[in-house]
Design a protein around this ligand. Structure first.
Ligand SMILES: Nc1ncnc2c1ncn2[C@@H]1O[C@H](COP(=O)(O)OP(=O)(O)OP(=O)(O)O)[C@@H](O)[C@H]1O
Ligand SMILES: [Mg+2]
Length: 398
């Protein structure tokens, strides 16, 4: 069956007309040449890229709890949830509008209109019963990432993101607080502040999650490094650091702004052994009206760090130079080769309080001394690095 015709909108600018079928697949994309600067950067190169941009916009079907949420809300796929909620997000200003409907941005955007993210709620607490009296126009705000999460509105109307954890442990949430504390100590400002929050998890059990306020608004939208990289040709297996830098500079960022942020992010990630700084975990901010680049989005998503996935026994076998990461290169230590200002992290202000990890479930308390010992080893290797040693050169292989 042919789909319905929708405009893809950037606020109130129609950037293309397209058909969307009932499974959320798009076809017959006709771009509005007069507004081509507003077309999503990730899809500017060609239609294949645009299809990918659209596919990536839906909540990943591998998101924990997504299957139950789809069933309970009566959606056949995360793509149909996307279409039903007009593809609205709290990280940018794109949305879709049926061709024959005359809706405007002010009627639909989630920054100022009410919503109840029931989809997100169910991913966190699968026993959540959708209350139809609570029904608002939108029951899902799209977002990326594997962890359960939901968007909420606090008493002052501020939008915030609540995130859960994999499995039984709360360490990923605790790691976000740990990272927040490190940035605070360092006096670094461009980071997303996370707070611990009690959440109802499965079978209405109380658990711990974390929350952070939206760093976007109607005047600030976020674009991931992954999306920016879709605007240039890259070679397979090439480190994406320099292509990413090239795109940021071509959009008007100064070399100094790029390097100083990346230096700090790489070094602070190294300290906390964040092994998940992939290209969707780095973003820039843009003014959605003038399209001006505003700089880096505040550091976010540092939860996959501090050896959260290792057992007590595995922790004692960690060999720091062998740590693998999902980032520009495979070996964590090799990320340090990009750092220009080796002293942008002050090791005199890096002493951390590990008691935060006592909030994790009892069975994991035995891991805390190992975490502390590994963190201290990291401090020692950064000391060597700051004293001029190219520590990655000791690594046995890339
Ligand atoms: N405070 C925020 N304000 C605006 N957008 C945000 C905020 N936090 C996260 N996002 C957006 O939501 C996406 C998912 O969030 P996040 O990376 O924290 O989730 P995750 O499930 O831990 O991801 P991953 O799969 O990388 O582990 C981010 O890539 C970013 O685009
Ligand atoms: Mg992420």
């Amino acid at each position: 069956m042919a789909g319905k015709e929708y405009f893809l909108m950037h606020k109130d600018i129609a950037v293309c007309l397209m058909e969307i079928d009932e499974n959320g697949r798009i076809a017959h994309v006709r771009r509005n040449e007069a507004a081509k600067e507003h077309f999503p950067l990730g899809g500017q190169m060609n239609d294949m890229k645009f299809h990918e941009w659209w596919r990536d916009r839906a909540i990943p079907k591998t998101r924990h709890g997504a299957k139950t949420a789809l069933q309970k809300l009566g959606y056949t796929s995360t793509n149909s949830a996307l279409v039903n909620n007009l593809a609205l997000s709290l990280s940018d200003c794109y949305w879709i509008c049926l061709r024959e409907e005359s809706l405007s941005w002010k009627d639909v955007n989630l920054f100022t209109n009410d919503f109840v993210d029931s989809f997100g709620e169910i991913t966190i607490n699968q026993s959540y019963e959708v209350d139809l009296r609570e029904k608002t126009q939108f029951n899902c705000a799209t977002s990326q990432g594997e962890l359960q999460k939901k968007w909420c509105i606090d008493a002052d109307g501020r939008r915030y993101l609540l995130k859960g954890n994999y499995g039984e442990s709360y360490q990923q949430s605790l790691n976000e607080i740990f990272a927040t504390k490190l940035h605070e100590k360092q006096g670094f400002h461009n980071y997303t502040k996370y707070q611990l929050i009690r959440v109802k998890v499965d079978r209405d059990r109380e658990g711990l999650g974390c929350m952070c306020y939206d760093y976007c608004s109607e005047n600030i939208e976020s674009i991931s490094a992954w999306e920016l990289l879709q605007t240039v040709k890259t070679r397979q297996n090439e480190s994406l650091y320099y292509p990413f830098k090239q795109v940021c500079l071509s959009l008007g960022m100064t070399e100094d702004a790029f390097t100083s942020f990346m230096d700090y992010e790489i070094l602070s990630d190294y300290l906390i052994s964040n092994t998940d700084r992939h290209m969707n975990n780095i973003s820039v901010m843009r003014d959605p009206d003038s399209l001006e680049l505003l700089g880096f989005a505040p550091i976010y998503d540092s939860g996959n760090s501090m050896f959260y996935q290792l057992s007590e026994r595995e922790l004692s076998a960690v060999h720091i130079p062998d740590i693998r990461t999902h980032s520009f290169v495979e070996k964590e230590v090799r990320l340090l080769q990009y750092v220009k200002d080796r002293n942008c992290v002050d090791l005199g202000k890096a002493e951390m309080d590990f008691s935060i990890y006592e909030k994790d479930i009892e069975e994991r308390h035995g891991r805390i001394p190992n975490l502390q010992a590994l963190y201290e080893k990291k401090i020692d290797s950064l000391k060597a690095f700051q004293n001029g040693k190219d520590i990655w050169k000791n690594a046995l292989y890339q």
